[in-house]
Design a protein around this ligand. Structure first.
Ligand code: ABF
Length: 240
């Protein structure tokens, strides 16, 4: 079903998702489907187009349990990377996108699978409302999510501020019932990075990826082919 009356921010999410899907998703497309509330509108578009017969032979590979459920509930064809290891396109949301199209992702805790599916895709597209647009990372978003094996979580929380400043802590579930557990059984460490410093994100990604126990970070660097930013006035800007 297509959403109708929406608050402005939701409408912007929908506009971004629809504009991107209209341009990049085609019959027979092997599509990586990201996570988050903007992607929910992508699923809505796919359901509508698929049921109307204009996306025959579409194959969807979800990046999270939640997205898989949305796809299944919408009657869309779902696959995985064992069956469909090479994807044509991946469309995902982001928490912040800077002028170089570097993204922070992982606010929803799905960053490792999102990065795996992005890496399996020939083209990676980001859909975002205008609140995600930044000149530099940190302009709007406060922290970098990092997925960590539970066994390593305490040393990692100590090491990141020692290396780069800021503070790092385990993401806790609602009512602090315990740490958030990802679809991979890992924890999420949120690093509140120092904003006054100019950060070398590539060097930080390399250092963090080399740290034992870190599964991956929410930094997506040099992988975005096109971003669709949608605004309150109904316009959509693409940046390549
Ligand atoms: C995923 O969903 C993430 O990596 C990012 O954290 C989040 C964006 O969510 P939303 O679309 O709900 O703002 O793409």
């Amino acid at each position: 079903m297509v959403s109708t009356e929406l608050p402005p921010i939701e409408k912007a999410k929908r506009d971004a998702a629809y504009a991107c899907a209209k341009k990049h998703v085609y019959p027979g497309c092997k599509l990586g489907v990201g996570s988050g509330s903007t992607v929910k509108y992508l699923v809505e578009y796919l359901e509508h187009a698929y049921k109307a017969g204009s996306l025959n032979d579409l194959v969807c590979v979800p990046t999270s349990f939640m997205t898989k459920k949305w796809l299944v509930d919408s009657g869309l064809p779902v696959s995985d990377l064992d069956i469909t290891p090479v994807l044509d396109v991946c469309i995902d949301g982001a928490d912040e996108v800077d002028a170089d199209l570097t993204c922070i992702k992982g606010g929803g805790g799905c960053l490792a699978r999102e990065k795996i599916v992005q890496h399996a895709s020939k083209k990676f597209l980001v859909i975002a409302d205008h609140t995600k647009e930044a000149v530099s990372l940190g302009d709007r978003y406060q922290y970098l999510p990092i997925e960590v094996l539970p066994f390593a979580s305490t040393p990692v929380c100590l090491e990141i501020p020692r290396l780069f400043g800021g503070t790092a802590g385990l993401r806790m579930a609602a009512k602090k019932a315990g740490p958030v557990i990802t679809d991979n059984g890992s924890y999420i460490v949120d690093w509140v990075f120092p904003k006054q410093k100019k950060m070398d994100w590539k060097a930080i990604q390399t250092k963090l990826a080399d740290t034992p126990g870190i599964v991956d970070t929410g930094l997506f660097i040099d992988v975005v082919d096109e971003v669709f930013f949608a605004y309150a006035d109904g316009s959509v800007k693409t940046v390549v």
